[in-house]
Write a protein that binds this ligand. Structure first.
Ligand SMILES: [Zn+2]
Length: 512
């Protein structure tokens, strides 16, 4: 027997969905049991379990002479025992998703008239009722229009919109929502106790986080983990289930903010092994940064890191689809923050804003003196721009001064400087600088409009107005528009098909 079956609730007060529990508890109190219910809610939210409890309540011997204050099933009388054992012919479960259903429903229409054999009430539980055919619904409707006193219908569905209005209007509707993490953990704890598992709170939260509000899914995951032994921690969850839940997410973000690159790399290695889905990880990371951001704003702390992370993560999410290693863009996004020296736990955040301007000036001054002898005094930053706009700038000079440029960059935009540390200047012609990058991801990052503008502004401060473009590694640059035109074909089945460079090249040819 699976955990989900073994530990499913047996009484209304044991139901894990608080809203459903409270609403049915008041139904018991009033004694007003409807002749037809429509249970609506996602898979694994406990609809069938609840239907079975209700079937027991209306049949339990303790409730037969009562008009109100109905009791939970006693679990001991003959009715209860026959239902627990599943041997009663008077509680009929039909799965509408299986075939031969129209016949089932027609059959039901005939048989529902007959009095129950053993129990006081006949209960029909129809699962996935939205799958019933039109003919089936018509038969069902006729039955619901004149329901015999001895029958109760409980229709369950995940898709209420597919159930005809005529059927819906004859049912008391009970909404089963997705369970909250707290409700899932409450449900899982029954199995934890029953199976004597030693599980830490982090691991429980990781599981709850991964279930998407389904009790069934939660128990399934717990059962998978329990197969590895009685002791379960968050590390095992990551390894076995391939889930990066809140605990792992928090560790990752903490490492990025503390500038702990080693830890980031290590966690990503584990996630690689666990087969973590990059898209899921991306949205988990973003939601968690959002919480961090809100917390920081509330406390009045600086939010520079949080904003930068959000920016990096959103850009990285775009890259997941085109990256042969889907987790890599996210890893780079976190590492980009971690190698940014302008903030973080290692250097006090408060001091950061005061420094940059002076540092920038200083570097520019050095450059001024090293290349234009005799020029000094007055407004040097202006001098720089005016005088360095011309043939004086060569690729050799850019190479020599590259580190200075990176220092200027790191004071104004640390994450970009981090990115630029991994590229090298290779050519300079007609005020256009060519940079060699090691990955397409880097290229896309640096050539984004906003970032490109920022970088070029900083370059202008040292070498005068100029632009730059990136080429990939030692190889030939990505094919350009004219070359494509020569070939007169689109690069179908080419690994670069999805690449933005090619897309924009194609747009240039065909117009967009
Ligand atoms: Zn009973």
């Amino acid at each position: 027997m699976s955990f989900y079956q073994k530990y499913r609730p047996k009484k209304i007060k044991e139901l894990d969905l608080v809203a459903v529990r409270d609403s049915l508890a008041s139904t018991l109190k009033s004694g007003k049991i409807s002749h037809a219910y429509l249970f609506v809610g996602p898979r694994g939210s406990g609809k069938t379990s609840t239907a079975r409890i209700l079937a027991q309540i209306v049949n339990c011997e303790n409730n037969q002479d009562k008009k109100d204050n109905l009791e939970e099933p006693c679990g001991k009388c003959d009715s209860c025992l026959s239902l627990i054992g599943g041997s009663s012919v008077d509680v009929i479960e039909i799965d509408a998703a299986s075939s031969g259903l129209v016949d089932d429903i027609r059959d039901l229409r005939e048989k529902v008239r007959l009095a129950p054999v053993q129990l006081p009430k006949k209960v029909y539980i129809i699962d996935e009722v939205h799958m019933v055919s039109t003919a089936g619904f018509n038969a069902l409707l006729k039955t619901l229009e004149e329901p015999p006193k001895h029958a109760i219908f409980i229709l369950c569905t995940t898709e209420a919109q597919k159930v005809p209005e005529t059927i819906m209007s004859r049912c008391a509707r009970v909404n089963f929502t997705k369970a909250t993490d707290k409700e899932i953990i409450g449900s899982l704890m029954k199995a934890v106790k029953g199976e004597k598992l030693d599980i830490d709170e982090d691991a429980l939260r990781e599981i709850a986080d991964a279930t998407d509000g389904s009790f069934r899914e939660g128990h399934k995951l717990l059962e998978q983990l329990a197969a590895y032994g009685k002791t379960i921690d968050a590390g095992l969850v990551l390894e076995v289930l391939g889930i990066a839940g809140r605990v792992t997410i928090k560790k990752l973000l903490e490492a990025a903010i503390k500038r702990d690159t080693g830890k980031i790399v290590k966690i990503f290695e584990e996630m690689e092994k666990g087969g973590i889905k990059a898209q899921v990880l991306a949205s988990s990371l973003l939601s968690e940064v959002k919480i961090l951001l809100e917390d920081s704003l509330e406390r009045g702390s600086l939010v520079k890191d949080e904003l930068k992370l959000i920016d990096e993560l959103i850009e990285a999410t775009d890259k997941i689809k085109v990256s042969p290693l889907p987790l890599l863009p996210l890893e780079i996004a976190l590492l980009t923050l971690a190698i940014d020296e302008s903030g973080g736990a290692t250097s006090p955040k408060v001091e950061a804003p005061a420094q940059p301007k002076e540092k920038t000036k200083e570097i520019i001054n050095v450059n001024t003196e090293s290349t234009i002898t005799g020029e000094n005094e007055t407004d040097k930053s202006n001098v720089v721009v005016q005088n360095y706009d011309g043939p004086l700038v060569s690729i050799d000079r850019i190479k020599t001064e590259w580190m200075d440029f990176l220092n200027v960059m790191s004071t104004s935009c640390g994450s970009l400087a981090g990115m630029l540390r991994l590229v090298s200047p290779v050519d300079f012609k007609g005020k256009s600088l060519t940079l060699s990058v090691t990955s397409r991801f880097q290229q896309d990052m640096l050539e984004r409009d906003v970032k490109k503008k920022l970088i070029e502004e900083q370059m202008a401060k040292i070498w005068g107005p100029m632009t730059f473009k990136c080429v990939l590694g030692e190889k030939e640059p990505v094919r350009t528009a004219p070359e494509l035109q020569d070939l007169n074909v689109l690069p179908v089945n080419d690994e670069e098909t999805e690449d933005k460079g090619i897309v924009s090249a194609a747009e240039k040819i065909f117009g967009s």
